[in-house]
Design a protein around this ligand. Structure first.
Ligand SMILES: NC(=O)c1ccc[n+]([C@@H]2O[C@H](COP(=O)([O-])OP(=O)(O)OC[C@H]3O[C@@H](n4cnc5c(N)ncnc54)[C@H](OP(=O)(O)O)[C@@H]3O)[C@@H](O)[C@H]2O)c1
Length: 260
């Protein structure tokens, strides 16, 4: 019996809504479900890329792959109406929602301009919490489902180099943790994902390589396994749990001397 089956979940042919389906991690995650014959809704703002990903996922075995073109940070129709339309694309039964979109954002620009700071917080936190809310209420009504929010290890402790991004991801993680508490003991599961460095377009401005860097395939596979087990928190790769435990517990007098 597979891990997923022993956790009481049948992963074959699930209905999966992916918010931020053009993300490299989300695309690799979608491929895992496509190979099992899932029905997918792919939401994002780049119509042409979404259509190309949908075609690829169908070729990989997806029973269906429909696109929803919208700005996920500020959906024109509003979160409730946009959610209802996406759920309708899979007949209103939604097994899994992955909230994957995000922006790294420019820390210095956010420090200099409150409109930019607010934009970064809205994209990475407020809008993500709104999607989790409409999706959670849907799953509460249907009595089951799995919500997955991609936060970041950056949310575990504020650092001078990226505390606007970190605050948004930390806030998102806390929100998802509270939601997991709300649904404890039910068949609605909420998984918070805290990746470290991943080699994706988001990090193209950084020097890459070395043992701390993961591939999007690795992160997607870790998410898939953790969700099937009904886990509530995932550090990926696993060693980030230890690294962040040390960083969170460094005394301020030491931490404040570090230029990180
Ligand atoms: N890469 C890392 O090192 C790392 C580490 C920790 C956590 N994460 C998180 O992992 C998640 C996936 O990121 P990734 O690494 O796969 O990077 P990615 O390939 O650059 O994906 C980010 C995606 O977010 C989409 N997006 C941003 N704002 C959007 C909006 N307003 N509406 C619709 N789509 C929007 C982008 O779409 P467009 O192409 O249309 O802009 C892009 O497809 C993100 O939440 C990120 O914060 C990444």
């Amino acid at each position: 019996m597979s891990e997923a089956q022993s956790a009481g979940q049948n992963t074959a042919g699930q209905n999966v809504v992916i918010l931020g389906a053009t993300s490299a991690v989300a695309e690799r995650y979608a491929r895992l479900h496509a190979a099992r014959g899932a029905r997918l809704v792919l939401a994002g703002r780049d119509a042409r890329r979404l259509e190309a990903i949908a075609a690829d996922l169908k070729a990989r075995g997806a029973a269906s792959a429909q696109v929803a073109v919208l700005d996920l940070a500020t959906p024109e129709a509003g979160f409730d109406a946009a959610w209802t339309a996406m759920a309708a694309q899979v007949g209103h039964r939604v097994d899994i929602v992955l909230v994957a979109y995000g922006i790294l954002g420019d820390q210095k620009a956010a420090e200099a301009d409150t409109a930019e700071m607010t934009r970064q917080l809205t994209t990475n936190m407020a809008s993500a919490c709104a999607w989790l809310t409409v999706a959670a209420n849907h799953m509460e009504r249907q009595g089951r489902g799995t919500l997955i929010a991609i936060a970041s290890v950056a949310g575990d402790r504020g650092r001078q180099s990226n505390y606007v991004y970190g605050a948004a991801k930390g806030g998102l993680a806390l929100f998802a943790q509270g939601m997991a508490h709300r649904f404890a003991g039910t068949n609605v599961k909420v998984l918070t994902v805290k990746p470290g460095f991943i080699d994706t377009p988001m990090t193209d401005g950084l020097a890459k390589g070395g043992p701390l860097w993961a591939t999007p395939e690795k992160v997607a596979a870790d998410i898939d396994k953790a969700a099937a087990k009904g886990a509530t928190t995932l550090y990926t790769p696993w060693f980030w749990m230890g690294i962040m435990m040390i960083i969170r517990n460094l005394p301020g007098v030491v931490f404040n001397r570090m230029k990180i």
